[in-house]
Design a protein around this ligand. Structure first.
Ligand SMILES: [Mn+2]
Length: 300
């Protein structure tokens, strides 16, 4: 029996547009949680020392202290949930949270480089400061998890890379830059570009991805950037990119992992309520949760 432990990550410090910092509170204030027929707790909402509404900083080095502090705190929060036998669900906030979520999970499971991650995203988020044009850290968390980038972030809880590239894959990618693509390709990370998803269907791709993240690992996680979906369905995101995943195709397939004990944590990130239209993005988050979380009557 697992209770879902929601953790809000109210930071947009990793992005150029910071309004995703409003995501968790907006989600919390909505009707979504009360509509879930499952045991849940709202563990906490993490807030940066200063929000982007309080202080104005350009993307890059000056934002690092805020991001590092937030990532440390989310990793502790994740470990606390796991210690209590709960299933952690992170609501973001920008995608830099991943650089704290997964070190927390991996540390708790003692699964360094033996943990799988499916990264659903329009982007690769695999830049380093050297290859990034924007210097925004939310374009870098996947590289950090693989051991490339700011040393303090790459070695947040333990020395050395958190993930092994052979256990990581991306789905839905369609907007990226050369430097990050070169890094991932050099490391041999499997990338299911949007074109391949369209050709083979989301089901075939996801089934293959599941095999990949479960092979020789102690579990796997799902990091869902809402911008992986088509902006028609998820307009309320930090960095929309056209021609994305369709919920109608994705949701039935994701239900495959609802009963999977190897699924250890979930992230749903980059929710920007200011840009949402008719609460479409909020409803997509709700549908994702209804799809992925065990209902009361299904628990055994
Ligand atoms: Mn992302």
């Amino acid at each position: 029996m697992k209770t879902t432990a929601f953790i809000g990550f109210s930071s947009g410090w990793g992005a150029q547009v910071r309004e995703t910092e409003k995501g968790p509170l907006s989600f919390y204030d909505s009707d979504v949680l009360s509509s879930l027929s499952l045991p849940w707790v709202w563990q906490e909402t993490l807030l940066p020392i200063k929000t982007a509404q309080e202080v104005n900083l350009p993307p890059g080095d000056l934002t690092l202290p805020y991001i590092e502090d937030m990532c440390r705190r989310i990793s502790s929060s994740i470990e606390e949930a796991l210690r209590h036998q709960q299933f952690p669900v992170v609501i973001g906030g920008d995608h830099t949270v991943a650089a704290g979520t997964w070190p927390g999970v991996v540390h708790h499971l003692k699964a360094k480089q033996k943990f799988g991650l499916i990264w659903i995203d329009a982007h690769m988020d695999a830049h380093t400061m050297e290859t990034s044009f924007s210097h925004a850290y939310h374009g870098m968390p996947l590289a950090m998890l693989l051991g490339f980038g700011e040393p303090s972030m790459c070695n947040l809880l333990e020395e050395g890379p958190v993930l092994n590239p052979q256990h990581v894959c991306l789905i839905g990618v369609r907007s990226y830059e050369e430097g990050e693509a070169a890094l991932l390709q050099r490391l041999g990370v499997r990338i299911y570009f949007m074109k391949e998803v369209e050709e083979r269907g989301f089901k075939a791709v996801f089934q293959e991805a599941l095999q990949l993240v479960k092979k020789e690992t102690k579990g796997f996680g799902l990091s869902i950037d809402l911008d992986g979906f088509d902006p028609d369905e998820a307009p309320g995101v930090g960095s929309p990119a056209p021609h994305g995943l369709k919920a109608q195709e994705v949701l039935p397939v994701l239900s495959m992992v609802r009963h999977d004990r190897l699924l250890k944590a979930l992230e749903i990130v980059e929710y920007n309520p200011d840009l949402d239209k008719d609460e479409k993005t909020l409803f997509l988050m709700k549908d994702l949760l209804l799809t992925l979380l065990l209902k009361n009557e299904e628990k055994s």
